[in-house]
Design a protein around this ligand. Structure first.
Ligand code: 5AD
Ligand code: SF4
Length: 437
């Protein structure tokens, strides 16, 4: 009889790709994918803890499984990822949800197979969260779900310790994979028909820092030289390490998308210092100017945080000014969330929720109006879209241009994984609409 798995993923692209690795492990054990939790023999929660709401969301959903588990005692529930890696959280989770069978952290995902086999032979829960041992993980075979895009990890962990951020605590120190392995993986994926490669790391720019291997711009260049038609993307870039050498490589290689995610977080130098970002808003604007000098039409996207401890109205205004100055193609705006164990959690002058709420609404409205303006400029233009999926609700295919703009369009035949030319005849916020020409 067939056995099924269902994976619930929270958080960033790193987690999305790690869920593909989890899927690879489960399929090796003979499980098949299922969209339904009710039908699944094993449910895996791949969690996130970057902000409190991500954590609450996961806790809520794990809680909802109690009933299902009572009705289906043989079902295995496993919880892994960033949430469980936090100090003391695995124990809390076990106390709160004793019916969870397996708890594992970010550093031992590769052992999930052993944990499942162990659980199948014992009644007791299997709980193992290990500390970072500084090693590059043993790559497990992924069962990729995001065709035509393929994610490739280039670094794991982070050394930056931005004062608000939990990532360095739950993902450990930065480690780079060998460039030869990364290039071989990219070649294999392109040969298999993947049309977009996205290199992943918390700070891709510091790739191979301190080792003998090549630099990030060199790595990017080498991957861009692989034969075949494909797009190359990467994320995330830290502004302090974003170099002119990298900008030149992006400019010179048509396969590298002219779209850079460069999180600025705040426009206030006082707040950037308190965040330990190690650049000023003027430094950031200068990096953007260099980027625009070499690639005038380059799209820049960013992350912004409001309500960081000590943020005054003037600090917030500096963020609004920066947003206006740069003209981001899109931005993710977040309310600061206090994370236990981080430096900022102990700072005075935590900002009241009502103030942060007011600020985030103002920021989102500004960001949206910039995005809308840029989308409207597309009307009447023909753009090359890499078709990614079919949206049943809209009855339309969708995909992005090289600048990351999403477009919806109709097609009589399945064009997923194909590059198509789409004449844009409508725009709604961040989305474009058009027809194949
Ligand atoms: N609160 C709010 N936003 C955060 N981010 C990271 N940590 C926090 C936090 N504690 C945001 C940053 C980062 C993005 C991935 O998440 O903007 O770039
Ligand atoms: Fe977090 Fe800063 Fe590292 Fe990004 S660079 S993961 S925000 S500590």
């Amino acid at each position: 009889m067939d056995k099924f798995y269902h994976i619930v993923t929270y958080g960033c692209q790193m987690n999305v790709h790690e869920s593909e690795k989890i899927a690879g492990i489960l399929s090796e054990l003979g499980y098949k994918s299922s969209d339904s939790m009710e039908k699944a023999d094993i449910v895996v929660f791949n969690t996130c803890c970057i902000r409190e709401n991500a954590e609450n969301h996961a806790f809520g959903n794990i809680g909802m499984l109690k009933k299902l588990k009572a009705a289906r005692r043989d079902m295995i529930i496993a919880v892994g990822g960033c949430l469980t890696q936090q100090l003391g959280k695995a124990g809390d989770l076990h106390d709160k949800f004793p019916y969870v069978d397996i708890i594992f952290g970010t550093h031992n995902l590769g052992k999930l197979k052993d944990y499942i086999l162990k659980k199948q032979s014992q009644k007791k829960a299997v709980i193992e969260v290990v500390d970072d041992d500084g090693k590059v993980y043993q790559e497990t075979k992924s069962l990729r779900t995001s065709y035509p895009n393929a994610w490739i990890n280039i670094t794991y962990g982070c050394n930056n310790f931005c004062t608000y951020c939990i990532v360095p605590y739950v993902r450990g120190r930065e480690r780079s994979r060998r460039s030869a392995d990364i290039i071989a993986e990219a070649k294999e994926l392109i040969a298999l028909g993947y049309k977009e490669i996205t290199l992943l790391g918390q700070n891709v720019n510091s790739y191979a820092n301190g080792t003998e291997d090549i630099s990030f711009p060199e790595l990017l260049q080498k991957i861009a030289e692989i034969d075949g038609k494909f797009r190359l993307r990467f994320m995330t870039s830290h502004p302090k390490d974003f170099s002119e050498e990298l900008v030149k490589v992006i400019a010179d290689n048509p396969k590298i998308c002219k779209c850079v995610h460069l999180p600025v977080q705040s426009g206030s130098d006082k707040i950037l210092r308190a965040m330990n970002r190690r650049y000023t808003s003027a430094d950031y604007v200068e990096k953007v100017a260099t980027l625009k000098e070499y690639i005038p039409n380059c799209a820049i996207t960013t992350d912004l945080i409001v309500g960081f401890p000590g943020e005054t109205d003037d600090d917030f205004k500096a963020t609004l000014n920066l947003v206006n100055k740069v003209g981001f193609s899109s931005a993710f705006s977040f309310v600061y969330s206090k994370r236990d164990g981080t430096v900022a959690a102990k700072m005075e002058n935590q900002i009241p929720a009502e103030v942060s709420k007011q600020r985030i609404m103002e920021l989102i409205s500004l960001v949206n109006s910039n995005t809308r303006e840029q989308s409207e400029k597309y009307i009447g233009k023909t753009v090359e879209i890499l078709c990614e999926d079919y949206d049943k609700k809209r009855g339309a295919y969708l995909g992005r241009d090289e600048f990351g703009r999403m477009a919806y369009f109709k097609s009589d035949k399945d064009v997923i994984g194909e590059f198509v030319n789409v004449l844009i005849d409508g725009a709604n916020g961040i989305s474009l609409f058009g027809k194949i020409v």
